[in-house]
Design a protein around this ligand. Structure first.
Ligand code: ADP
Length: 172
């Protein structure tokens, strides 16, 4: 066993069905800690990159529309869980990909469904293995967005424009 990090996405159906609390409660049973969290509006580019391994599947287009929120809400909650054996521990609580085959006590078994178009709306994503976890965490998060990093980080000097809250106390 080793200390790992894994990406969890609460998908648009999970948010639309107000399941965030239930899902976080189920995941807290793993004893892992959350080291990063943010709400994301998923672009087509991000969706296609995330699911690049499924590009040839006949359900790919529907899957991209699903993760972009076209059938529910246009946001997902992205989380990084950290701890011993994090990848398998989270996958176990999440359950099998097909919600009808997922154990009834797993998140997908409890809350997932198969749409009339045949897409598995299974409310959460969880990284499958170490290689995918690293690829996905680096795709969804920047190092400064995690309070603890397990992958190598390097610094680069950049010039950029950032947004700040406008100081309106100087009005009048
Ligand atoms: P997992 O999400 O369990 O890692 P995959 O990476 O294979 O599984 O699939 C990504 C997502 O695509 C699934 O979570 C599900 O929403 C959808 N999906 C996978 N396989 C199918 C399928 N055979 N039919 C419909 N949708 C599927």
């Amino acid at each position: 066993m080793s200390v790992q990090q894994t990406l969890v996405l609460i998908k648009p159906d999970g948010l639309a069905k107000s399941l965030t609390g239930n899902i976080l409660t189920e995941l807290s049973g793993t004893g892992l800690i959350v080291v990063g969290a943010k709400i994301v509006q998923v672009t087509r580019e991000l969706a296609e990159e995330h699911y690049q391994h499924l590009r040839e599947e006949k359900f790919f287009d529907e899957l991209i529309r699903y993760i972009m929120g076209e059938f529910h809400v246009k946001r997902i909650l992205a989380l990084v869980y950290h701890g011993e054996n994090a990848i398998a521990s989270v996958r176990e609580v999440v359950g099998a990909t097909n919600p009808e085959q997922a154990h009834p006590s797993s998140i997908r078994g409890k809350f997932g469904r198969i749409t009339t178009k045949g897409v598995f709306e299974n409310v959460v994503h969880a990284s499958e293995n170490q290689k995918e976890a690293e690829r996905e965490i680096k795709l969804w998060f920047r190092p400064h967005e995690l309070i603890q990093a397990i992958y190598a980080v390097e610094s680069k000097k950049v010039t950029k424009t950032e947004s700040f809250w406008k100081d309106e106390s100087k009005k009048k």
